[in-house]
Design a protein. Sequence first.
Length: 186
Amino acid sequence: MTNGAPPSNNEIDRTRTRAGALVVVASNLTIAAATAIAVLKFGAKDLAQLAAILTAAFTAVGTMTTAYLGIRAASNTAQSAVAGVGEQVAKAIQQQQQQPTAQQPSVTDVSPNTGPKAGGTQVTITGSGLSPAAVVKFGPNTALSKFEDDTRITAMSPAGSGAVDVTVETPGGTSATSAATTFTYQ
């Protein structure tokens, strides 16, 4: 922009490119961080946990890519709004970096709380402090899971027997157990 004139299409395109680059960099950092946490926490011996964490990372990248595509669509239809998008993305990243350490997860409900010994029951885990990097365990066994939001995760019960505690592990810690977090194999 020169002498108070509106931005040119080239300036808008550069702003759009910078916003897109921020999204790509953020997504790559998300995958790198999730991989580093997985390797540091679990080593190479528990590949199921590593797969679960990488699945969560790719879910986060998909969300960021969708947001980026939304930014591109908005810039194509309202070029004057694009200049503010880069600032909003930068502000959101800055706010995320200033947030305190991750909250310890809490599980308040497991539904249903029974299933067959062979596993395969879709279970909704409700609580707080849940994150895309969450690892769900039924006793000692890691479950395949899908992060829905910070209060809900959907998991597939692994094979098992008896009554087991369902826990959620995140960078903030491991959820406590109670009667409400017990799953019984039948």
